[in-house]
Design a binder for this molecule. Structure first.
Ligand code: ZN
Length: 279
């Protein structure tokens, strides 16, 4: 079994053409365990086999704990019907997972289908380090959505699950005929959690994806849209993770949270739109 860094070095060697310098946009070459551009910008593999493409430290509010809880929920089957649907569109594709977090979605897809060499990135170093623990042979890096370290026309499918978009960059790195798959919450997504966290704040219980969907339609007028809605029985062992897995948890009254930890939510509604746009 190869060490993480050696597995990633092999990936870089075989897939150098996927990357470009995010600072000057030049082509990169692979030298041992690094990528280097003609202007001497250099990106070295970390011990965990990740590349760090940011030119400054960016602190995000997503910490290790939240990613670990999110990973536990995805592994528990909370998103299985979504993963089944995404798998149909990812088979044999070269996938870029935008905002991959701890990598659970891309790993689950790699288990279900055969992917071409695929990459996940996130702006959070914590998430990407956790992703290196995923068993599937995927490549993980830390990068900025607005300055993607990938070459023009390098991927056939972009996955954009619960994360921000940069359609200009997506368009640049997509192969002709490639597609963007965007997953956005619908109004009832996690409604039990919203109601339990914010019973007296109806505005926090509302969510509308109209603006996000409209923007996607402007980019991809022939969008295919499908709805994925179901109620998930939360396994006992994951009920505390459910409370900690999303930004909804930020700002919850501590007493209310303590009460919920004693009497956790047993069922949770998943209500999503899957948008598919073709280049
Ligand atoms: Zn450069």
């Amino acid at each position: 079994m190869l060490k993480k860094i050696d597995r990633s070095a092999l990936f870089l060697k075989e897939n150098t053409a996927l990357f470009q310098c995010p600072l000057c946009h030049e082509t990169v070459t692979n030298k041992e365990k690094a990528l280097i551009c003609p202007n001497k910008h250099r990106f070295d593999l970390s011990k965990k086999g990740t590349l760090y493409f940011l030119d400054r430290q960016i602190k995000t509010e997503y910490d290790n704990q939240m990613f670990a809880h999110r990973g536990a929920m995805i592994k528990s089957g909370m998103y299985q019907p979504l993963i089944e649907q995404l798998a149909i569109f990812c088979d044999n594709e070269q996938v870029l997972d935008v905002g991959c977090g701890e990598g659970s979605f891309l790993n689950a897809l790699a288990e279900k289908t055969s992917l071409q060499p695929s990459v996940g990135f996130d702006i959070s170093k914590e998430g990407v380090y956790l992703a290196t623990n995923q068993p599937q042979p995927l490549f993980w890096c830390v990068a900025d959505l607005t300055k993607l370290p990938f070459a023009d026309q390098s991927f056939s499918t972009i996955l954009n699950i619960f994360s921000p978009s940069n359609y200009q960059e997506f368009d640049r790195i997509l192969k002709p005929g490639g597609k963007v798959i965007k997953v956005v919450p619908r109004s009832h997504y996690l409604k039990e959690l919203r109601a339990a966290f914010y019973p007296d704040e109806p505005e926090k219980q509302q969510y509308s994806n109209v603006q996000v969907v409209e923007k996607f339609k402007q980019m991809y007028p022939k969008v295919e849209r499908s709805q994925v809605t179901y109620v998930f029985d939360v396994p006992k062992a994951q009920r505390l993770s459910l409370l900690e897995m999303s930004p909804l948890e930020w700002g919850v009254d501590p007493e209310r949270k303590a009460a919920l930890q004693k009497a956790p939510i047993e069922q949770i509604t998943i209500d999503l739109d899957v948008l598919i746009g073709k280049k």
